[in-house]
Design a protein around this ligand. Sequence first.
Ligand SMILES: [Zn+2]
Length: 129
Amino acid sequence: MGKGSNVQKAQAARERNQKKMGKSDEERKAAAQKAAKDSTAFMCSVCRQTFMVNVKLTLLHGHAVAKHPDKTPATCFTALVGFDPNAPAGAAAAAPAAVVKPKKKKKEEVDLSSLLDAGLSVGKKKGKK
Ligand SMILES: [Zn+2]
């Protein structure tokens, strides 16, 4: 919601700073260099394919296994040294899925209708007597 305005504010502040400091070209160059560095943060040392800085290790591991089955994953990416594909960091991320929402509401509804049924049958019996 407020993200858009924050971005606008940040951009406005950046523009102000650039005017003040008069280093926009240098800053832009540095930002471009950082972006280029980030986009090639991981490079396969076997086939030179590059990966973004925020790539998941499981993806790098998958590349190594799929493209270079004759090499060890750590040979392709130094980041994979000590990486265990059977216990990736993603295991922790999968935990929230185990949280089950309580189904109290539905149970109450069922209880209510069964109570109603019981009441109705009791009422009928009473009426019969
Ligand atoms: Zn590769």
